[in-house]
Write a protein that binds this ligand. Sequence first.
Ligand code: IMP
Length: 173
Amino acid sequence: MPELTPVITQDEIQRRISTVAQAISADHQGRELVLIGVLKGAFFFLADLARQLTVEKIKIDFLQASSYGADTSSSENIVLKKDIDIDIRGQEVIVVEDIVDTGLTLTYLIDHLQEFGPKCVKVCTLIDKKERRQAKVKVDYVCMTVEKGFLVGYGLDFAENYRNLPEIYHMQL
Ligand code: IMP
């Protein structure tokens, strides 16, 4: 059994989400917004974030990407497993991610979404992890920043386990 050390409590997660939700709401008052959650890790985050937004009209969709190969060091190793269903042409889009790590997944997903002709694509992440960043990617809304380490809980997994934990833990690999 790996060692799990709590790093962010449920209350703290919700406090950080409230702050980001207020910023997104202020930036998009009276307009339409499309939230695109990145499966599977961002599902709790998107659910909590979306319910705190006060933007006029919000649509929600999901994308799923996965990387293959033992050592993923290129966005060419990323494949799309699930695409969006709704039309985002001319829309303001926010991609809702669990963790931005190397930034390669996000770069791939943003490039993909741009092909549908949205008005703009912004990024909101629960966690911005700086340690292994390879791709230059602009993250517009960040709930928390961590320098390094492997995190699980609140949607984040290790080999599909621990997503259901209500708080975020550091896992000793
Ligand atoms: P990257 O930014 O392309 O390196 O990949 C980001 C994805 O890697 C996230 O959406 C997560 O699915 C996964 N990931 C990166 N760091 C962690 C972590 O600490 N815990 C769980 N998943 C992680």
